[in-house]
Design a protein around this ligand. Sequence first.
Ligand SMILES: O=C([O-])CC(=O)C(=O)O
Ligand SMILES: [Mg+2]
Length: 612
Amino acid sequence: MISLTRPNFLRKALGLCQRRVMESTLKEITNGDSVLDIKDKCGVGGGVEDMYGEDRATEDQTITPWTFSVASGYSLLRDPHYNKGLAFTEAERDAHYLRGLLPPTVSSQELQEKKVMQNLRQYQVPLQRYMAMMDLQERNERLFYKLLIDNVEELLPVVYTPTVGEACQKYGSIFRRPQGLFISLKEKGKILEVLKNWPEKTIQVIVVTDGERILGLGDLGCQGMGIPVGKLSLYTALGGVRPSVCLPITIDVGTNNQKLLDDEFYIGLKQKRATGQEYAELLEEFMSAVKQNYGEKVLIQFEDFANHNAFELLAKYHTTHLVFNDDIQGTASVVLAGLIASLKLLGGTLADHTFLFLGAGEAGTGIAELIALEITKKTSVPLEEARKKIWLVDSKGLIVSSRVESLQHFKQPWAHEHEPLKELLDAVKAIKPTVLIGTSGVGKTFTKEVVEAMASLNPKPLIMALSNPTSQAECTAEEAYTWSKGHAIFASGSPFDPFEFEGRTFVSGQANNAYVFPGFGLGIIMSGTIRVYDDMLLAASEALAAEVTEEDYLKGRIYPPFTNIRKISANIAAAVAAKAYELGLTTRLPRPNDLVKYAESCMYTPVYRTYH
Ligand SMILES: O=C([O-])CC(=O)C(=O)O
Ligand SMILES: [Mg+2]
Protein backbone atom coordinates (compact mmCIF):
# COMPACT_ATOMS: atom_id res chain seq x y z
CA MET A 1 0.00 0.00 0.00
CA ILE A 2 1.18 3.47 -0.82
CA SER A 3 0.79 5.61 2.23
CA LEU A 4 -0.79 8.98 1.78
CA THR A 5 1.92 11.52 2.18
CA ARG A 6 2.34 13.01 -1.23
CA PRO A 7 1.63 16.16 -3.15
CA ASN A 8 -1.08 16.36 -5.75
CA PHE A 9 1.04 15.65 -8.79
CA LEU A 10 2.55 12.70 -7.00
CA ARG A 11 -0.90 11.27 -6.61
CA LYS A 12 -1.27 11.43 -10.37
CA ALA A 13 2.22 10.14 -10.93
CA LEU A 14 1.48 7.30 -8.59
CA GLY A 15 -1.66 6.35 -10.46
CA LEU A 16 0.46 5.74 -13.54
CA CYS A 17 3.54 4.43 -11.86
CA GLN A 18 2.12 2.50 -8.98
CA ARG A 19 2.91 -0.84 -10.55
CA ARG A 20 6.47 0.15 -11.38
CA VAL A 21 7.00 1.52 -7.88
CA MET A 22 5.53 -1.57 -6.31
CA GLU A 23 7.76 -3.78 -8.43
CA SER A 24 10.91 -2.02 -7.45
CA THR A 25 11.95 -2.70 -3.90
CA LEU A 26 10.18 -0.61 -1.31
CA LYS A 27 12.13 2.51 -1.69
CA GLU A 28 11.70 5.78 0.02
CA ILE A 29 11.51 8.67 -2.31
CA THR A 30 12.15 12.11 -1.00
CA ASN A 31 11.38 15.38 -2.71
CA GLY A 32 13.77 16.78 -5.27
CA ASP A 33 15.48 14.61 -7.82
CA SER A 34 13.81 11.32 -7.19
CA VAL A 35 10.36 12.86 -7.29
CA LEU A 36 11.10 14.65 -10.53
CA ASP A 37 12.48 11.37 -11.72
CA ILE A 38 9.14 9.72 -11.24
CA LYS A 39 7.38 12.58 -12.96
CA ASP A 40 9.67 12.24 -15.94
CA LYS A 41 9.32 8.51 -16.18
CA CYS A 42 5.56 8.82 -16.07
CA GLY A 43 5.34 11.80 -18.36
CA VAL A 44 3.27 13.78 -15.86
CA GLY A 45 3.98 17.49 -15.99
CA GLY A 46 3.62 20.16 -13.31
CA GLY A 47 1.40 23.14 -13.97
CA VAL A 48 -1.22 25.29 -12.34
CA GLU A 49 -2.44 22.65 -9.93
CA ASP A 50 1.06 22.13 -8.70
CA MET A 51 1.42 24.49 -5.80
CA TYR A 52 3.91 22.70 -3.64
CA GLY A 53 7.11 24.14 -4.84
CA GLU A 54 7.74 21.80 -7.72
CA ASP A 55 7.28 24.25 -10.55
CA ARG A 56 8.75 27.55 -11.64
CA ALA A 57 5.87 29.61 -10.32
CA THR A 58 6.40 28.41 -6.76
CA GLU A 59 10.08 27.55 -6.69
CA ASP A 60 10.86 30.23 -4.12
CA GLN A 61 8.43 28.72 -1.61
CA THR A 62 9.68 26.47 1.12
CA ILE A 63 8.39 22.92 1.20
CA THR A 64 8.13 20.13 3.71
CA PRO A 65 10.16 17.10 2.61
CA TRP A 66 7.42 14.50 2.96
CA THR A 67 8.38 10.99 2.06
CA PHE A 68 6.16 8.24 0.86
CA SER A 69 6.58 4.55 0.97
CA VAL A 70 4.65 1.38 0.38
CA ALA A 71 3.15 0.40 3.71
CA SER A 72 3.30 -3.27 4.48
CA GLY A 73 3.58 -5.64 7.38
CA TYR A 74 3.66 -4.08 10.81
CA SER A 75 3.36 -0.50 9.58
CA LEU A 76 0.36 -1.38 7.39
CA LEU A 77 -1.45 -2.65 10.48
CA ARG A 78 -0.73 0.64 12.20
CA ASP A 79 -1.80 2.89 9.36
CA PRO A 80 -5.42 3.88 10.11
CA HIS A 81 -6.11 4.75 6.47
CA TYR A 82 -5.29 1.24 5.28
CA ASN A 83 -5.57 -1.03 8.28
CA LYS A 84 -8.33 -3.62 8.03
CA GLY A 85 -7.43 -5.65 11.13
CA LEU A 86 -8.72 -9.18 10.93
CA ALA A 87 -10.34 -8.45 7.57
CA PHE A 88 -7.08 -8.79 5.65
CA THR A 89 -7.62 -11.73 3.28
CA GLU A 90 -5.23 -14.66 3.00
CA ALA A 91 -3.90 -13.27 -0.27
CA GLU A 92 -3.32 -9.86 1.28
CA ARG A 93 -1.58 -11.39 4.25
CA ASP A 94 0.80 -13.09 1.84
CA ALA A 95 1.35 -10.11 -0.41
CA HIS A 96 1.82 -7.56 2.36
CA TYR A 97 4.06 -9.37 4.82
CA LEU A 98 1.30 -9.84 7.38
CA ARG A 99 1.74 -13.55 8.05
CA GLY A 100 2.07 -14.14 11.75
CA LEU A 101 1.22 -10.57 12.63
CA LEU A 102 -2.47 -11.47 12.79
CA PRO A 103 -4.26 -14.42 14.36
CA PRO A 104 -5.46 -16.99 11.81
CA THR A 105 -9.10 -15.98 11.51
CA VAL A 106 -10.31 -13.76 8.67
CA SER A 107 -13.35 -11.62 9.54
CA SER A 108 -15.70 -9.67 7.34
CA GLN A 109 -16.11 -5.94 7.88
CA GLU A 110 -19.70 -6.68 8.94
CA LEU A 111 -18.52 -9.01 11.69
CA GLN A 112 -16.00 -6.45 12.88
CA GLU A 113 -18.77 -3.87 12.95
CA LYS A 114 -21.00 -6.14 15.01
CA LYS A 115 -18.20 -6.75 17.48
CA VAL A 116 -17.30 -3.09 17.93
CA MET A 117 -20.94 -2.12 18.36
CA GLN A 118 -21.33 -4.80 21.02
CA ASN A 119 -18.28 -3.50 22.83
CA LEU A 120 -19.42 0.12 22.61
CA ARG A 121 -22.83 -0.71 24.02
CA GLN A 122 -21.21 -2.15 27.12
CA TYR A 123 -19.86 1.24 28.10
CA GLN A 124 -22.37 3.01 30.30
CA VAL A 125 -20.50 6.30 30.41
CA PRO A 126 -20.96 8.35 27.21
CA LEU A 127 -17.40 9.69 27.40
CA GLN A 128 -16.05 6.13 27.33
CA ARG A 129 -17.98 5.52 24.12
CA TYR A 130 -16.55 8.71 22.70
CA MET A 131 -13.01 7.64 23.56
CA ALA A 132 -13.59 4.21 22.09
CA MET A 133 -14.81 5.79 18.86
CA MET A 134 -11.80 8.12 18.69
CA ASP A 135 -9.52 5.14 19.23
CA LEU A 136 -11.24 3.33 16.39
CA GLN A 137 -10.79 6.34 14.11
CA GLU A 138 -7.09 6.29 14.95
CA ARG A 139 -6.83 2.55 14.37
CA ASN A 140 -9.10 1.75 11.45
CA GLU A 141 -10.64 4.72 9.68
CA ARG A 142 -12.88 2.78 7.33
CA LEU A 143 -14.39 0.71 10.10
CA PHE A 144 -14.99 3.92 12.07
CA TYR A 145 -16.94 5.43 9.17
CA LYS A 146 -18.78 2.19 8.44
CA LEU A 147 -20.00 2.15 12.03
CA LEU A 148 -20.98 5.79 11.98
CA ILE A 149 -22.88 5.51 8.70
CA ASP A 150 -24.69 2.29 9.54
CA ASN A 151 -25.59 3.32 13.11
CA VAL A 152 -25.99 7.03 12.67
CA GLU A 153 -28.87 7.60 15.09
CA GLU A 154 -27.05 5.71 17.83
CA LEU A 155 -23.57 7.09 17.29
CA LEU A 156 -24.26 10.71 16.39
CA PRO A 157 -24.80 11.58 20.08
CA VAL A 158 -21.46 9.91 20.82
CA VAL A 159 -19.13 11.59 18.34
CA TYR A 160 -21.20 14.80 18.23
CA THR A 161 -23.52 16.70 20.54
CA PRO A 162 -24.01 16.11 23.44
CA THR A 163 -20.98 13.92 24.23
CA VAL A 164 -18.48 15.94 22.21
CA GLY A 165 -19.23 18.85 24.55
CA GLU A 166 -18.12 16.87 27.58
CA ALA A 167 -15.13 15.58 25.62
CA CYS A 168 -14.01 19.16 24.94
CA GLN A 169 -14.41 20.08 28.60
CA LYS A 170 -12.16 17.15 29.55
CA TYR A 171 -10.00 17.14 26.42
CA GLY A 172 -6.77 17.69 28.32
CA SER A 173 -7.35 14.72 30.61
CA ILE A 174 -8.46 12.31 27.89
CA PHE A 175 -5.84 13.51 25.40
CA ARG A 176 -3.91 10.63 23.86
CA ARG A 177 -2.92 11.58 20.37
CA PRO A 178 -3.27 14.94 18.70
CA GLN A 179 -5.94 15.24 16.04
CA GLY A 180 -6.00 18.06 13.49
CA LEU A 181 -3.74 21.08 13.34
CA PHE A 182 -3.07 23.43 16.24
CA ILE A 183 -2.14 26.96 15.28
CA SER A 184 -1.29 29.12 18.25
CA LEU A 185 0.15 32.57 18.74
CA LYS A 186 3.54 30.83 18.89
CA GLU A 187 3.16 30.04 15.19
CA LYS A 188 2.66 33.67 14.19
CA GLY A 189 4.65 34.33 11.04
CA LYS A 190 4.91 30.60 10.33
CA ILE A 191 1.37 29.52 9.57
CA LEU A 192 2.12 28.56 5.99
CA GLU A 193 4.87 26.25 7.25
CA VAL A 194 2.51 24.76 9.80
CA LEU A 195 -0.03 23.96 7.08
CA LYS A 196 2.69 22.19 5.19
CA ASN A 197 3.32 19.92 8.15
CA TRP A 198 -0.08 18.35 7.59
CA PRO A 199 0.52 15.16 5.63
CA GLU A 200 -2.32 15.65 3.14
CA LYS A 201 -1.78 18.17 0.41
CA THR A 202 -5.20 18.20 -1.21
CA ILE A 203 -7.62 19.71 1.26
CA GLN A 204 -11.20 20.61 0.36
CA VAL A 205 -12.81 21.43 3.71
CA ILE A 206 -11.37 23.04 6.81
CA VAL A 207 -13.42 23.40 9.98
CA VAL A 208 -11.76 25.95 12.21
CA THR A 209 -12.53 27.18 15.70
CA ASP A 210 -10.82 29.47 18.16
CA GLY A 211 -12.65 27.70 20.98
CA GLU A 212 -14.20 30.83 22.45
CA ARG A 213 -17.82 29.64 22.35
CA ILE A 214 -17.92 25.86 22.23
CA LEU A 215 -21.59 24.87 21.85
CA GLY A 216 -23.35 26.54 24.77
CA LEU A 217 -20.44 25.71 27.07
CA GLY A 218 -18.46 28.88 26.61
CA ASP A 219 -14.72 29.39 26.27
CA LEU A 220 -12.89 26.05 26.16
CA GLY A 221 -9.80 27.45 24.48
CA CYS A 222 -7.61 24.94 22.69
CA GLN A 223 -9.78 22.07 23.91
CA GLY A 224 -12.39 23.14 21.40
CA MET A 225 -10.53 20.88 18.95
CA GLY A 226 -13.13 18.20 19.58
CA ILE A 227 -15.61 20.29 17.61
CA PRO A 228 -13.76 20.59 14.26
CA VAL A 229 -12.81 16.91 14.55
CA GLY A 230 -16.44 15.92 15.20
CA LYS A 231 -17.87 18.19 12.50
CA LEU A 232 -15.48 16.80 9.92
CA SER A 233 -16.26 13.22 10.80
CA LEU A 234 -19.85 14.15 9.94
CA TYR A 235 -18.70 15.71 6.67
CA THR A 236 -17.46 12.25 5.78
CA ALA A 237 -20.12 10.03 7.35
CA LEU A 238 -23.16 12.16 6.53
CA GLY A 239 -21.98 14.04 3.45
CA GLY A 240 -19.58 11.57 1.88
CA VAL A 241 -16.62 13.94 1.72
CA ARG A 242 -13.42 11.86 1.76
CA PRO A 243 -11.63 11.96 5.13
CA SER A 244 -8.28 12.73 3.53
CA VAL A 245 -9.50 16.10 2.19
CA CYS A 246 -10.85 17.24 5.57
CA LEU A 247 -8.69 19.28 7.93
CA PRO A 248 -9.69 20.20 11.52
CA ILE A 249 -7.94 23.30 12.85
CA THR A 250 -7.90 25.03 16.21
CA ILE A 251 -6.52 28.51 16.51
CA ASP A 252 -5.22 29.08 20.01
CA VAL A 253 -5.03 32.69 21.08
CA GLY A 254 -5.34 31.84 24.77
CA THR A 255 -8.43 31.39 26.92
CA ASN A 256 -10.31 33.46 29.45
CA ASN A 257 -11.51 30.32 31.18
CA GLN A 258 -9.75 30.50 34.53
CA LYS A 259 -10.57 26.89 35.34
CA LEU A 260 -8.63 25.78 32.28
CA LEU A 261 -5.76 28.17 32.98
CA ASP A 262 -5.46 26.59 36.41
CA ASP A 263 -5.77 23.03 35.09
CA GLU A 264 -2.43 21.25 34.98
CA PHE A 265 -3.68 19.08 32.12
CA TYR A 266 -4.81 21.98 29.93
CA ILE A 267 -3.33 21.54 26.46
CA GLY A 268 -3.44 25.12 25.22
CA LEU A 269 -1.56 28.37 25.68
CA LYS A 270 -1.77 29.40 29.31
CA GLN A 271 -2.60 33.04 28.77
CA LYS A 272 -5.62 35.29 28.42
CA ARG A 273 -7.10 35.60 24.96
CA ALA A 274 -5.39 37.88 22.51
CA THR A 275 -7.86 40.36 21.05
CA GLY A 276 -7.96 43.36 18.73
CA GLN A 277 -5.12 43.77 16.30
CA GLU A 278 -3.13 40.81 17.56
CA TYR A 279 -6.11 38.52 16.99
CA ALA A 280 -6.99 40.04 13.63
CA GLU A 281 -3.42 39.69 12.37
CA LEU A 282 -3.19 36.02 13.28
CA LEU A 283 -6.51 35.32 11.57
CA GLU A 284 -5.46 37.30 8.51
CA GLU A 285 -2.24 35.32 8.27
CA PHE A 286 -4.22 32.11 8.62
CA MET A 287 -6.72 33.03 5.92
CA SER A 288 -4.02 34.00 3.43
CA ALA A 289 -1.90 30.96 4.20
CA VAL A 290 -4.88 28.67 3.61
CA LYS A 291 -5.55 30.25 0.25
CA GLN A 292 -1.92 30.18 -0.71
CA ASN A 293 -1.52 26.55 0.25
CA TYR A 294 -4.81 25.07 -0.88
CA GLY A 295 -6.09 27.49 -3.50
CA GLU A 296 -9.44 29.25 -3.95
CA LYS A 297 -11.66 26.23 -3.69
CA VAL A 298 -11.07 25.11 -0.14
CA LEU A 299 -14.17 25.58 1.98
CA ILE A 300 -13.43 27.18 5.34
CA GLN A 301 -16.14 26.52 7.89
CA PHE A 302 -15.99 28.82 10.92
CA GLU A 303 -17.25 27.04 14.00
CA ASP A 304 -17.98 28.13 17.54
CA PHE A 305 -16.31 31.52 17.49
CA ALA A 306 -17.74 34.06 19.92
CA ASN A 307 -20.36 36.40 18.45
CA HIS A 308 -18.19 39.45 17.85
CA ASN A 309 -15.52 37.53 15.94
CA ALA A 310 -17.97 35.27 14.12
CA PHE A 311 -19.84 38.14 12.49
CA GLU A 312 -16.70 40.12 11.80
CA LEU A 313 -14.82 37.23 10.19
CA LEU A 314 -17.76 36.36 7.97
CA ALA A 315 -18.22 39.97 6.90
CA LYS A 316 -14.50 40.38 6.28
CA TYR A 317 -13.84 37.21 4.30
CA HIS A 318 -17.04 36.27 2.51
CA THR A 319 -16.12 38.19 -0.61
CA THR A 320 -12.51 37.02 -0.84
CA HIS A 321 -12.66 33.43 0.43
CA LEU A 322 -14.95 30.42 0.27
CA VAL A 323 -16.22 30.74 3.83
CA PHE A 324 -19.27 29.50 5.67
CA ASN A 325 -20.21 30.08 9.30
CA ASP A 326 -21.99 27.01 10.54
CA ASP A 327 -23.48 28.64 13.63
CA ILE A 328 -24.90 31.60 11.73
CA GLN A 329 -25.65 30.13 8.30
CA GLY A 330 -25.82 26.37 8.83
CA THR A 331 -28.12 26.64 11.83
CA ALA A 332 -30.27 29.18 9.99
CA SER A 333 -30.67 26.89 7.01
CA VAL A 334 -31.67 23.92 9.16
CA VAL A 335 -34.12 25.88 11.28
CA LEU A 336 -35.70 27.47 8.23
CA ALA A 337 -36.14 23.96 6.79
CA GLY A 338 -38.01 22.92 9.94
CA LEU A 339 -40.19 26.02 9.76
CA ILE A 340 -41.05 25.42 6.10
CA ALA A 341 -41.88 21.81 6.93
CA SER A 342 -43.94 22.79 9.97
CA LEU A 343 -46.32 24.84 7.84
CA LYS A 344 -47.96 21.55 6.87
CA LEU A 345 -48.92 21.14 10.53
CA LEU A 346 -49.42 24.76 11.51
CA GLY A 347 -51.05 26.03 8.35
CA GLY A 348 -50.50 29.39 6.65
CA THR A 349 -47.32 30.70 5.10
CA LEU A 350 -44.15 31.85 6.85
CA ALA A 351 -45.34 35.43 6.52
CA ASP A 352 -48.47 34.58 8.54
CA HIS A 353 -46.42 33.61 11.59
CA THR A 354 -44.82 35.59 14.40
CA PHE A 355 -41.43 34.50 15.66
CA LEU A 356 -39.89 35.15 19.05
CA PHE A 357 -36.28 34.26 19.84
CA LEU A 358 -34.58 33.93 23.17
CA GLY A 359 -30.95 34.62 22.29
CA ALA A 360 -29.74 37.20 19.78
CA GLY A 361 -26.31 35.89 18.90
CA GLU A 362 -25.05 34.03 15.86
CA ALA A 363 -27.83 31.44 15.68
CA GLY A 364 -30.68 33.78 16.67
CA THR A 365 -29.92 36.63 14.30
CA GLY A 366 -28.74 34.25 11.57
CA ILE A 367 -32.02 32.33 11.63
CA ALA A 368 -34.05 35.53 11.90
CA GLU A 369 -32.39 37.01 8.84
CA LEU A 370 -32.87 33.87 6.76
CA ILE A 371 -36.57 33.70 7.69
CA ALA A 372 -36.97 37.32 6.62
CA LEU A 373 -35.14 36.62 3.38
CA GLU A 374 -37.33 33.62 2.61
CA ILE A 375 -40.45 35.71 3.25
CA THR A 376 -39.26 38.37 0.80
CA LYS A 377 -38.53 35.71 -1.82
CA LYS A 378 -41.96 34.17 -1.44
CA THR A 379 -43.97 37.39 -1.22
CA SER A 380 -43.47 40.92 -2.42
CA VAL A 381 -42.91 42.11 1.15
CA PRO A 382 -39.68 44.13 1.46
CA LEU A 383 -36.98 42.85 3.87
CA GLU A 384 -37.61 45.65 6.38
CA GLU A 385 -41.27 44.69 6.61
CA ALA A 386 -40.55 40.95 6.80
CA ARG A 387 -38.24 41.56 9.74
CA LYS A 388 -41.09 43.08 11.71
CA LYS A 389 -42.64 39.62 12.13
CA ILE A 390 -39.55 38.58 14.05
CA TRP A 391 -38.69 39.58 17.63
CA LEU A 392 -35.64 38.81 19.70
CA VAL A 393 -34.99 38.78 23.42
CA ASP A 394 -31.41 38.98 24.69
CA SER A 395 -30.00 38.98 28.21
CA LYS A 396 -31.34 42.51 28.72
CA GLY A 397 -34.86 41.79 27.53
CA LEU A 398 -36.85 42.40 24.37
CA ILE A 399 -34.84 44.13 21.67
CA VAL A 400 -36.70 47.37 21.00
CA SER A 401 -35.96 50.63 19.26
CA SER A 402 -35.26 52.56 22.45
CA ARG A 403 -32.23 50.28 22.96
CA VAL A 404 -30.82 50.74 19.47
CA GLU A 405 -27.90 52.98 20.42
CA SER A 406 -26.45 50.44 22.82
CA LEU A 407 -27.00 47.37 20.63
CA GLN A 408 -24.27 45.46 18.82
CA HIS A 409 -24.67 45.99 15.08
CA PHE A 410 -25.97 42.49 14.35
CA LYS A 411 -28.89 43.08 16.70
CA GLN A 412 -29.88 46.48 15.37
CA PRO A 413 -32.13 45.32 12.51
CA TRP A 414 -34.35 43.65 15.10
CA ALA A 415 -34.99 46.72 17.25
CA HIS A 416 -38.69 47.28 16.56
CA GLU A 417 -41.08 49.76 18.11
CA HIS A 418 -42.32 48.42 21.43
CA GLU A 419 -42.19 49.25 25.09
CA PRO A 420 -39.17 47.69 26.84
CA LEU A 421 -39.80 44.31 28.48
CA LYS A 422 -37.29 42.49 30.62
CA GLU A 423 -38.67 38.99 30.93
CA LEU A 424 -39.23 36.35 28.28
CA LEU A 425 -42.63 35.51 29.74
CA ASP A 426 -43.77 39.11 29.38
CA ALA A 427 -42.47 39.18 25.81
CA VAL A 428 -44.42 36.01 24.98
CA LYS A 429 -47.61 37.54 26.37
CA ALA A 430 -47.09 40.83 24.57
CA ILE A 431 -45.81 39.64 21.18
CA LYS A 432 -48.04 36.52 21.00
CA PRO A 433 -45.63 34.47 18.91
CA THR A 434 -46.69 31.34 17.06
CA VAL A 435 -43.09 30.13 17.08
CA LEU A 436 -40.66 30.29 20.00
CA ILE A 437 -36.98 29.62 19.31
CA GLY A 438 -34.24 29.26 21.92
CA THR A 439 -30.71 30.14 20.85
CA SER A 440 -29.42 31.58 24.09
CA GLY A 441 -26.92 28.90 25.10
CA VAL A 442 -28.59 28.98 28.53
CA GLY A 443 -30.46 25.90 29.71
CA LYS A 444 -33.86 25.72 31.43
CA THR A 445 -35.00 29.14 30.24
CA PHE A 446 -38.24 27.93 28.64
CA THR A 447 -40.01 27.56 31.96
CA LYS A 448 -43.35 25.93 32.61
CA GLU A 449 -45.00 29.37 32.55
CA VAL A 450 -43.42 30.22 29.19
CA VAL A 451 -44.49 26.94 27.58
CA GLU A 452 -47.98 27.22 29.09
CA ALA A 453 -48.28 30.75 27.76
CA MET A 454 -47.30 29.54 24.27
CA ALA A 455 -49.91 26.77 24.55
CA SER A 456 -52.64 29.16 25.65
CA LEU A 457 -51.92 31.42 22.66
CA ASN A 458 -51.68 28.70 20.01
CA PRO A 459 -53.44 25.41 19.27
CA LYS A 460 -50.05 24.02 18.14
CA PRO A 461 -47.19 26.10 19.51
CA LEU A 462 -43.93 25.47 17.71
CA ILE A 463 -41.10 25.37 20.24
CA MET A 464 -37.47 24.95 19.33
CA ALA A 465 -34.88 24.57 22.09
CA LEU A 466 -31.75 24.81 20.04
CA SER A 467 -28.93 25.35 22.50
CA ASN A 468 -26.34 22.59 22.84
CA PRO A 469 -25.41 20.30 24.43
CA THR A 470 -28.46 18.82 26.19
CA SER A 471 -27.55 20.52 29.48
CA GLN A 472 -27.98 23.91 27.78
CA ALA A 473 -31.29 23.13 26.05
CA GLU A 474 -33.92 25.77 26.85
CA CYS A 475 -36.29 22.94 27.79
CA THR A 476 -36.46 19.18 27.32
CA ALA A 477 -38.80 17.29 25.01
CA GLU A 478 -40.58 15.93 28.05
CA GLU A 479 -41.15 19.41 29.43
CA ALA A 480 -42.38 20.81 26.12
CA TYR A 481 -44.90 17.99 25.60
CA THR A 482 -46.04 17.80 29.22
CA TRP A 483 -46.43 21.52 29.84
CA SER A 484 -48.25 22.05 26.54
CA LYS A 485 -50.41 18.99 27.26
CA GLY A 486 -49.21 17.31 24.10
CA HIS A 487 -49.96 20.24 21.79
CA ALA A 488 -46.45 21.51 21.14
CA ILE A 489 -44.48 20.74 18.03
CA PHE A 490 -40.99 20.43 19.42
CA ALA A 491 -37.48 20.31 18.02
CA SER A 492 -34.13 20.65 19.76
CA GLY A 493 -30.47 21.09 18.88
CA SER A 494 -29.34 18.00 20.80
CA PRO A 495 -31.26 14.75 20.59
CA PHE A 496 -34.02 13.65 22.95
CA ASP A 497 -35.51 10.17 23.15
CA PRO A 498 -39.12 9.68 22.03
CA PHE A 499 -41.52 10.61 24.80
CA GLU A 500 -44.85 9.09 25.66
CA PHE A 501 -47.61 11.38 26.83
CA GLU A 502 -51.19 10.30 27.46
CA GLY A 503 -50.82 7.22 25.30
CA ARG A 504 -49.19 8.99 22.37
CA THR A 505 -45.54 8.73 21.42
CA PHE A 506 -43.94 11.99 20.39
CA VAL A 507 -40.75 11.93 18.37
CA SER A 508 -39.09 15.31 18.34
CA GLY A 509 -36.84 16.51 15.56
CA GLN A 510 -33.19 17.44 15.97
CA ALA A 511 -32.87 20.93 14.55
CA ASN A 512 -29.11 20.72 14.31
CA ASN A 513 -26.90 22.17 11.61
CA ALA A 514 -25.60 18.62 11.04
CA TYR A 515 -28.53 18.16 8.65
CA VAL A 516 -27.16 20.77 6.31
CA PHE A 517 -23.42 21.40 6.49
CA PRO A 518 -22.30 17.98 5.19
CA GLY A 519 -24.54 18.09 2.12
CA PHE A 520 -24.00 21.80 1.68
CA GLY A 521 -20.23 21.28 1.65
CA LEU A 522 -20.50 18.36 -0.75
CA GLY A 523 -22.56 20.51 -3.14
CA ILE A 524 -19.92 23.22 -3.05
CA ILE A 525 -16.99 20.88 -3.49
CA MET A 526 -18.47 18.81 -6.30
CA SER A 527 -19.40 21.88 -8.32
CA GLY A 528 -16.18 23.77 -7.64
CA THR A 529 -18.17 26.68 -6.20
CA ILE A 530 -16.01 29.60 -5.17
CA ARG A 531 -18.29 31.68 -2.93
CA VAL A 532 -21.20 31.05 -0.57
CA TYR A 533 -24.39 33.02 -1.17
CA ASP A 534 -27.56 33.15 0.95
CA ASP A 535 -29.61 31.79 -1.95
CA MET A 536 -27.65 28.57 -1.60
CA LEU A 537 -28.72 28.34 2.05
CA LEU A 538 -32.34 28.81 1.04
CA ALA A 539 -31.96 26.07 -1.55
CA ALA A 540 -30.58 23.75 1.15
CA SER A 541 -33.51 24.58 3.46
CA GLU A 542 -36.07 23.77 0.81
CA ALA A 543 -34.32 20.55 -0.11
CA LEU A 544 -34.26 19.46 3.53
CA ALA A 545 -37.89 20.44 4.15
CA ALA A 546 -38.91 18.33 1.13
CA GLU A 547 -37.51 15.24 2.87
CA VAL A 548 -40.06 15.29 5.69
CA THR A 549 -42.68 12.58 5.07
CA GLU A 550 -46.28 12.08 6.13
CA GLU A 551 -45.06 9.45 8.55
CA ASP A 552 -42.76 12.01 10.19
CA TYR A 553 -45.59 14.53 10.49
CA LEU A 554 -47.79 11.93 12.13
CA LYS A 555 -45.18 11.45 14.84
CA GLY A 556 -45.02 15.21 15.30
CA ARG A 557 -41.59 15.64 13.77
CA ILE A 558 -40.60 18.36 11.35
CA TYR A 559 -37.24 16.83 10.40
CA PRO A 560 -36.61 13.50 8.72
CA PRO A 561 -34.76 10.82 10.68
CA PHE A 562 -30.97 10.87 10.45
CA THR A 563 -31.04 7.28 9.16
CA ASN A 564 -31.64 8.61 5.65
CA ILE A 565 -29.02 11.32 5.90
CA ARG A 566 -26.78 10.17 3.03
CA LYS A 567 -29.69 10.39 0.60
CA ILE A 568 -30.75 13.70 2.15
CA SER A 569 -27.21 15.04 1.84
CA ALA A 570 -27.09 14.07 -1.84
CA ASN A 571 -30.33 15.99 -2.41
CA ILE A 572 -29.08 19.00 -0.48
CA ALA A 573 -25.78 18.89 -2.37
CA ALA A 574 -27.65 18.79 -5.67
CA ALA A 575 -29.91 21.70 -4.71
CA VAL A 576 -26.97 23.80 -3.51
CA ALA A 577 -24.93 23.02 -6.61
CA ALA A 578 -27.91 23.76 -8.88
CA LYS A 579 -28.24 27.18 -7.28
CA ALA A 580 -24.50 27.81 -7.55
CA TYR A 581 -24.58 26.91 -11.26
CA GLU A 582 -27.55 29.22 -11.74
CA LEU A 583 -25.62 32.04 -10.07
CA GLY A 584 -22.52 31.39 -12.16
CA LEU A 585 -20.32 30.62 -9.15
CA THR A 586 -19.07 27.20 -10.20
CA THR A 587 -15.83 26.09 -11.80
CA ARG A 588 -16.69 22.45 -12.47
CA LEU A 589 -17.91 22.70 -16.04
CA PRO A 590 -19.87 21.54 -17.88
CA ARG A 591 -22.64 21.14 -15.32
CA PRO A 592 -23.48 17.48 -14.78
CA ASN A 593 -27.01 16.77 -16.02
CA ASP A 594 -28.23 14.81 -13.06
CA LEU A 595 -26.82 16.54 -10.00
CA VAL A 596 -28.31 14.08 -7.49
CA LYS A 597 -26.70 11.13 -9.26
CA TYR A 598 -23.50 13.07 -9.58
CA ALA A 599 -23.53 13.90 -5.85
CA GLU A 600 -24.07 10.24 -5.02
CA SER A 601 -21.23 9.20 -7.27
CA CYS A 602 -18.88 11.62 -5.47
CA MET A 603 -19.63 10.22 -2.03
CA TYR A 604 -16.99 8.33 -0.10
CA THR A 605 -17.96 4.85 1.00
CA PRO A 606 -16.08 3.12 3.81
CA VAL A 607 -16.11 -0.44 2.47
CA TYR A 608 -12.66 -2.00 2.52
CA ARG A 609 -10.69 -1.85 -0.70
CA THR A 610 -8.81 -4.86 -2.00
CA TYR A 611 -5.03 -4.52 -1.96
CA HIS A 612 -2.99 -6.12 -4.71
O1 LIG B 1 -22.45 21.45 17.22
C1 LIG B 1 -23.69 21.43 17.31
O2 LIG B 1 -24.32 20.51 17.79
C2 LIG B 1 -24.46 22.58 16.74
C3 LIG B 1 -23.64 23.79 16.76
O3 LIG B 1 -22.98 24.14 15.81
C4 LIG B 1 -23.50 24.52 18.03
O4 LIG B 1 -24.27 24.28 18.97
O5 LIG B 1 -22.60 25.36 18.08
MG1 LIG C 1 -21.30 25.27 16.38
